[in-house]
Structure formats: structure tokens, C-alpha cells
Design a protein around this ligand. Sequence first.
Ligand code: HEC
Length: 101
Amino acid sequence: MIAMRFKRAALVALVLTLAVPALADEAENEWDPLPPGDGAEETYYACNACHSLRTVTNGGYSREVWDDLLDWMVEEQGMEELEPDERETILDYLSENIGPD
Ligand code: HEC
């Protein structure tokens, strides 16, 4: 009986050690998997509707390619056209934070 209690306590401790840092990380970056940065919020909402944001973070493109890709998303994939200043914010964000390595 004592052994079982001990096991349960150990299990709870283990779950807490694993879960608490994970929760803390999540709180640090609410736009996960997008890296935090200016424009992360705009990008999150503009790009999350049709596909996973992993599709976006897999990108790693230069500004020029992101620029073309945003046009392609609008022309071929049915994305609603972004307001010019929003497009600029998102483009800055993408090329600065999800650029080539
Ligand atoms: C209206 C729907 C829609 C929205 C909104 C959208 N996309 Fe897409 N996107 C697609 C579709 C459809 C594909 C192709 C299929 C797939 O990869 O899931 C795609 C593919 C991609 C790809 C992969 C391209 C490749 O070469 O494989 C990237 C990168 C991407 N989108 C980035 C973005 C970004 C950045 C945004 C926000 C500015 C965005 N998408 C918003 C529909 C959308």
C-alpha cells in the first residue's frame, strides 16, 4: 500500500515537472508556432484560417518570395486580400522572423 502511494506521488511529481514548464512556454508565446515579434498577431489571424501555421513556419523564404506567395495565396488559394498596411506588417514579420536561415 505504501509503495503504491509512493508511486502515485512520484507520478504526480513527474507530470507536474513535465507539464509546468510546457505551460510556462505557452504563456510566453501565445502565437506559437509563430516566433514572437512585431506582426506575429496579424500573421497569426491572417494565416491560420486555411492551414496550420506550421505551413507558414516551414517557409523560410526571402521577402521577395513571401511577397509573391501572398499574391499567390490571394489569387489562387482564395485568401482575402489584405489591407495594404496589414500586408506590409505581415510581410515585414515574415521576412524578418521566418526568413531563410
Ligand atoms: C484562403 C485560404 C488561405 C489563407 C487565408 C492562407 N493560405 Fe497559405 N495556403 C493555402 C492553400 C490552399 C495552400 C496549399 C495547400 C497547403 O499547403 O495546405 C497554402 C499553402 C501555403 C504555403 C506553402 C506553399 C508551398 O510552396 O508549399 C505557405 C508558405 C503559405 N500557404 C503561407 C501563408 C501565409 C503566410 C498566409 C497568411 C498571410 C496564408 N498562407 C494564408 C490557403 C490559404
